[in-house]
Design a protein around this ligand. Structure first.
Ligand code: SF4
Length: 409
């Protein structure tokens, strides 16, 4: 069905909207789909550079530059924040990383004071890469540590060691990064509570400004899924996976420990020292516009969303043939109802909740009128709390948040 035909559900949006500059400055995400090697649990689009016979980098850069040329008009006043993610952006060669940073600066204005983040993994941070990042205005670094336990790193096929993670944190501080995020994972095979506590305590000893904690997910099609859930799964291995109760205990312990240590649990999986909340990701959760360039990049402007092909060659060929790097049928024109539901679902993941005034300004109605039924259904249990300008979820119910949030769909 033509998505344009779905607009009779209350929106005046049309496909042409994606060709108009957004009303607000969008954020910019650049996807770098390369890693040194694939981790055993990873279902993201990324190509391992180990044993790669061709150099997919040339096609990537050609395509990316063409996409930048095409999309720079969407950010006439610059971008509100930059996030270079992946993949592993720091797996690029020194000269390629410098070329990427230079290209971004050529086509997009990075506003003074904006948050500019790069993701990377231990074992890939050279002094010269860090120097380039600083010179091009990168002021936040997100490091994929996952755990400080070598045995667990091996169990999920990470390519680095704990000592490389320690070294990387030291290098980042020496290079002048004073806004660092560390990614940690819980629920890893054979990880017990003590091992999880030891990793989190070690992470805290480096005083990171931000921490992202993720439970291990077994994604279909990954080596880890085959090992633990696939047809040929090994029963002895299955028993090594922490069960849901232990994962929940690990999560709850971490929430308490980080609160004690002065971190704000500002989003379901994210914790920050006050003032260091990730502004780029806050933009997604608050329903702001974003551009996502590179293979697999997702953009949403003026309520039109699209996702680029997750294939470097197809991505490059389409752009060289003057086509969009996404399927025309994949262009999603969001109705007003869909946008409002997303705003609620994403916003209620935040500790602050959904801003009532922004909601009214963006959608022309008070959310308390639109979602009266849902709010009243949970009224007697104080599931939703209105505080000042915000409607938020009572943290007591965060463990059933997903089922409650479905009510807004
Ligand atoms: S480093 Fe990240 S993106 Fe790359 S394979 Fe591992 S989990 Fe996936």
């Amino acid at each position: 069905m033509d998505k344009g035909m779905m607009l009779d559900r209350g929106t005046t949006m049309d496909r042409g909207a994606m060709h108009r500059a957004p009303k607000r400055m969008p954020s910019l995400y650049i996807h770098v789909p390369f890693c040194v090697k694939k981790c055993d649990y990873c279902a993201f689009y990324s190509l391992p550079l180990i044993n790669s016979h061709q150099d997919p980098m040339v096609g990537y850069f050609k395509g990316l530059e063409l996409e930048m040329v095409k999309r720079q008009k969407d950010a006439p006043e610059g971008v509100s924040s930059l996030f270079i993610g992946g993949g592993t952006p720091t797996a690029l060669r020194d000269s390629d990383l410098e070329c990427l940073l230079e290209m971004i600066q050529r086509y997009f204005r990075l506003n003074p004071g904006a948050e500019n983040t790069v993701e990377g993994n231990p074992g890939t941070l050279t002094a010269s890469k860090l120097d380039s990042l600083r010179r091009y205005g990168i002021n936040r670094f997100s490091l994929g540590v996952q755990t400080f336990d070598d045995r667990l790193l091996r169990a999920v096929g990470r390519m680095h060691t704990a000592s490389q993670a320690r070294e990387a944190i030291g290098r980042l501080r020496t290079a002048g990064f004073n806004n660092i995020n560390l990614d940690l994972m819980f629920g890893l095979p054979a990880q017990d509570m003590r091992a999880w506590q030891a990793s989190l305590e070690e992470a805290l000893s480096y005083s990171p400004e931000h921490l992202s904690l993720y439970g291990l997910m077994l994604e279909d099609g990954t080596p880890l899924y085959a090992r633990y859930r696939g047809k040929a799964k090994d029963r002895t291995q299955v028993d090594l996976l922490p069960d849901d109760d232990l994962q929940a205990e690990m999560h709850d312990w971490a929430v308490e420990r980080l609160k004690q240590a002065g971190y704000r649990h500002y989003e379901t999986s994210n914790f920050a020292r006050p003032g260091f909340e990730c502004r780029h990701n806050l933009g997604y959760w608050r329903g702001e516009d974003y551009l996502g360039l590179g293979p697999g990049g997702v953009s949403c402007l003026n309520r039109v969303r699209w996702k680029n092909f997750e294939d470097v060659r197809v991505y490059q060929n389409r752009l060289q043939n003057l086509q969009d790097p996404f399927e025309e049928e994949g262009l999603e024109v969001l109705s007003l109802q869909e946008c409002m539901a997303e705003r609620m679902i994403l916003g209620l993941r935040l500790e602050e909740g959904v801003n009532l005034t922004s909601f009214r300004n963006d959608f022309g109605r008070d959310l308390r009128d639109i979602y009266r039924d849902v709010l009243e259904r949970y009224n007697h249990r104080d599931v939703f709390v209105i505080q000042g300008e915000y409607l938020r979820l009572n943290p007591t119910y965060s463990f059933i948040a997903n089922s409650i949030l479905q009510e807004f769909v």
